[in-house]
Design a protein around this ligand. Structure first.
Ligand SMILES: *Cc1c(COP(=O)(O)O)cnc(C)c1O
Length: 423
């Protein structure tokens, strides 16, 4: 499709967009009395209007039923998490028994490492990507340290080649083969938080298994953003947060995937009463008997007030389906790329989009290296109602989230960007 950098063309794309009505289901902050162009749904998604009703329901049940709400609320609290299994499993390509919701992301990755990182004297290395999200780096360091290994021996990073912004698949596979018999675990961000690069999880998982390692994925930037087939890809485990593309609110609960093949495997785990046999949970028995499936990794009773917004979001995603979302995502991301290139030509600047240009290696994010521009451009955008984020040295990350961003937003952004540069 040939795009045009005009308001009329952008509006025409909006009129053809099947998801366009979902935009009015979200609450946009305002700057200068106008709704913002929101590019940071990869950091904190906007609030859906329907979310409040889900939270109010829990508040009302608590007011009216108090402790009885555990069993007699319309959505009883004691098994509230089970309402996620069907819709969430579709979003991440899993069986319902393979997903659950609990805790927060880094906490869950730690808990999953208890089960899936069991180093031995000869097989103790972890492969991750260079410059992984800091929380993941701290997690790896503290985990290997806990097991008595030195991070510099046990953590192997896959590097970018000199002068390149993204990691090559062939380099990931070569590193896995090189570490070989010493490799205990591969754990990478499925979508890189900085560049937006999407990894070929299917191939990497298969090659990791061939080397005899477990393979897990941090899906913080992937859940609700890309098509996942965790079960079919034979992924051992994964976890994601819900407040980025999944719009569940600040710091909210995390989702977890544990492949069916591990459900009976008697893996080590840190247990708690919410992972204990469902029928006998309240018999207060002394010996732990894990629930079959990912729910067996539950520990504490549920933060129902947090899960309510997440459930609102999961219900919305289930209604739409990932395929429709991805179709719009590809189009709006390409349109944003086109707008950036057009503005770049008009102002003779030198942006460099460091996100892969191949649509199969990217999703909802374009990271732009602003060679000639500084922090003042970022400030100008923010003051003029374009919410982007800034990462050192001078990269702005733009996520044209398909659920609530419009093509007209992309056009408007281009105009504000141009004014900001020419100013
Ligand atoms: C956002 C993000 C996190 C955040 O972890 P929390 O435990 O939810 O604070 C972790 N890893 C990656 C890759 C992220 O992008």
């Amino acid at each position: 499709m040939t795009f045009e950098n005009t308001k009329a063309f952008a509006q025409q794309l909006d009129s053809q967009d099947k998801l366009h009505n979902y935009r009015s289901e979200f609450i946009f902050p305002k700057v200068n009395n106008k709704e913002v162009v929101y590019f940071t749904g990869n950091s904190l998604g906007l609030q859906p209007k329907r979310t409040k009703a889900y939270v109010d329901e829990v508040m009302d049940d608590w007011a009216n039923l108090a402790v009885e709400g555990h069993f007699y609320a319309e959505k009883p609290w004691w098994d509230y998490h089970e309402r996620f299994a069907a819709p969430l499993s579709k979003i991440v390509g899993a069986l319902p028994s393979e997903v659950t919701v609990m805790n927060t992301l880094t906490v869950n990755l730690h808990l999953l490492m208890v089960s899936f990182y069991q180093p031995t004297a000869t097989r103790f290395k972890i492969i991750c990507e260079e410059k992984a999200f800091p929380s993941d780096q701290y997690m790896f360091q503290s985990q290997v340290d806990f097991h008595g290994y030195a991070p510099e021996d046990a953590i192997v990073e896959i590097k970018r080649r000199e002068g390149e912004h993204n990691i090559r698949l062939e380099d990931v596979l070569a590193k896995i083969e090189e570490v070989g018999d010493e490799l205990a675990l591969v754990l990478i961000g499925g979508v890189n938080y900085y560049t937006g690069q999407v990894f070929d999880m299917k191939t990497i998982t298969a090659v990791g298994h061939k080397a005899g390692a477990k393979v897990g994925w941090d899906l913080a930037h992937a859940a609700g953003n890309i098509k996942l087939e965790l079960h079919d890809w034979d992924v051992d485990f994964a976890a994601w947060c819900s407040y980025k593309y999944m719009n569940s609110g600040p710091g909210n609960a995390s989702g977890v995937f544990v492949h069916e093949k591990h459900h009976n495997a008697n893996l080590p785990r840190f247990a708690g009463w919410w992972g204990h046999n469902k029928e006998r949970r309240f018999k207060m028995e002394p010996k732990f008997d894990a629930v079959h499936g990912a729910d067996g990794w539950q520990i504490s009773n549920l933060p129902v007030l947090s899960l309510a917004p997440y459930l609102a979001s999961v219900d919305m995603f289930a209604e739409i389906g990932m395929d429709a979302l991805i179709e719009k995502r590809n189009k709006i991301t390409s349109y944003l790329e086109f707008i950036l290139q057009e503005i770049d030509k008009e102002v003779d600047s030198s942006f460099e989009i460091i996100t892969p240009s191949n649509p199969s290696e990217r999703a909802s994010q374009l990271s732009v290296l602003l060679h000639g521009e500084g922090r003042s451009l970022f400030d100008y955008l923010m003051e003029n109602g374009v919410i982007v984020d800034w990462r050192e040295p001078n990269v702005i990350r733009l996520a044209p989230v398909p659920l609530y961003c419009s093509f007209e937003d992309m056009y408007n952004f281009g105009q504000i960007l141009k004014q900001g540069i020419l100013k």
